[in-house]
Design a protein around this ligand. Structure first.
Ligand code: PSV
Ligand code: MN
Length: 407
């Protein structure tokens, strides 16, 4: 698009009542963390394909994450997963991130990879195993303090495979007990994000199966506990944007794990085949951000921790992350182009087709030129994919060879 065409786009948006300067500022404020584990080798239960150039330790994962930020301008933090990212000196990890222009994001405890957790971690009927898992959660609070992170992001693989295997209600209470212990340990400016998933790795039941259970838990714990929505953790056809709106209204939406899925928890590039779904989620968020009648909802929306949770098993990691960040930026921008006043009017008049059109119209605009302009203003790359390709970084890391660190 030439400058002239861009000027026309600006005119067009102005005529629709959209303040493009405001939209630009909103895009500049959008930060999406990358997951350190998304830079490591990963695969399916059938095969992990080793790639050349995979980071050999958490420090190199941070270096790769910094590349994503360098070119997109919107990914200034990397989430870590413990023990995958266990290091002797967490302050050194924090400084390494700072030296590369990013920070450490959410700290994710891992209580699903130890043999002891075969029958559950914080829901295990053995008190010694529950204590071991809870102690690890507390260890992660200490790590968060060292790396200056304000979020503990929790996901539990706990569940059962067969009817009668365990007592659902007891497990529910054990989970509450453990999470309360963690909650009590959080500093005032920290929060915990509770992620749910209705399947996998357990096949019969999962202890935190859906947003309602996570919401109930977060409510019981208190204001420092919020719900995290991973877009890959719902049954097919679940209306995720409705869940998002509900949690926003309850002021309990804390974070996102973005990815896209076709069948299960596929962890693919976000919006690779569900762009419209991500747009509709973003639309709910932008509507809350702009809600003058409900400042608390606007505050909640403005305080969401956005993260990618992706495990690319056949594609190169860094450009896949860059593509994901671009897709999130793209769909958030489109959501910002919805004329909310017109939408309200259409809803008040109960004009179904008009309301649908107001939302769809925004989705159909090409916002690439706008995003190029914004990235330029931010000092990032107008075309991040090309800039990364041209940078030579992908070739430079080949010397790391195959066989990188644990995810
Ligand atoms: C589980 O499927 C999950 O979404 C959780 O966020 C984990 O921490 C992450 O994937 C990595 O396994
Ligand atoms: Mn997740």
């Amino acid at each position: 698009m030439s400058d002239k065409q861009y000027a026309l786009f600006e005119e067009q948006q102005k005529a629709r009542g959209i303040d493009l300067e405001k939209v630009k500022n909103k895009i500049k404020g959008l930060e999406v963390e990358t997951p350190s584990w998304g830079f490591g080798d990963s695969g399916t239960r059938f095969k992990v394909f080793e790639q050349e150039g995979i980071p050999r330790d958490p420090f190199e994962k941070i270096e790769d994450a910094a590349q994503v930020h360098k070119f997109t301008g919107s990914s200034g933090a990397a989430a870590i997963h413990i023990p995958w990212d266990k290091v002797d000196d967490y302050k050194a990890l924090k400084s390494h991130a700072q030296d590369h222009g990013i920070s450490i994001g959410a700290v994710n405890p891992n209580v699903f990879q130890d043999d002891d957790y075969k029958f559950g971690s914080i829901t295990n009927s053995d008190p010694a195993i529950r204590k071991k898992a809870t102690d690890h959660l507390l260890e992660c609070v200490d790590i968060a303090r060292e790396v200056d992170s304000k979020a503990i992001s929790l996901w539990f693989a706990d569940g059962t495979n067969y009817p009668g295997q365990a007592d659902f209600r007891k497990r529910k209470n054990w989970m509450h007990e453990s999470l309360q212990t963690l909650y009590n340990e959080l500093d005032d400016d920290m929060r915990m994000l509770i992620e749910y998933k209705f399947f996998e790795p357990a096949f019969y039941h999962t202890d935190l199966a859906d947003w309602g259970m996570a919401f109930n838990m977060a409510n019981k714990l208190g204001p420092k506990a919020d719900v995290l929505v991973d877009t890959g953790h719902h049954p097919q056809a679940a209306n995720i944007e409705h869940i998002v709106a509900y949690l926003l209204d309850e002021k309990k939406l804390g974070g996102f794990h973005f990815n896209s899925r076709k069948y299960a928890d596929d962890d693919l590039i976000v919006a690779a085949h569900n762009p419209h779904e991500i747009f509709l989620i973003m639309q709910q968020i932008v509507a809350a951000e702009e809600d003058k009648q409900d400042p608390a909802a606007a505050k909640t929306a403005g305080n969401i921790a956005y993260m990618l949770d992706q495990c690319h098993n056949i594609e190169p990691k860094i450009p896949a992350m860059i593509r994901s960040i671009m897709n999130v930026q793209n769909l958030y921008t489109k959501a910002c182009l919805v004329n909310l006043e017109e939408l309200r009017e259409a809803q008040e008049k109960q004009d179904v087709l008009w309301a649908e059109e107001v939302v769809r119209e925004a989705y159909e605009f090409d916002v690439t030129p706008l995003l190029k302009a914004v990235r330029e203003e931010m000092g990032a790359a107008p075309d991040p994919m090309k800039a990364y390709r041209d940078s030579g970084y992908a070739e430079k890391i080949l010397k790391r060879d195959k066989g990188g660190a644990d995810r």
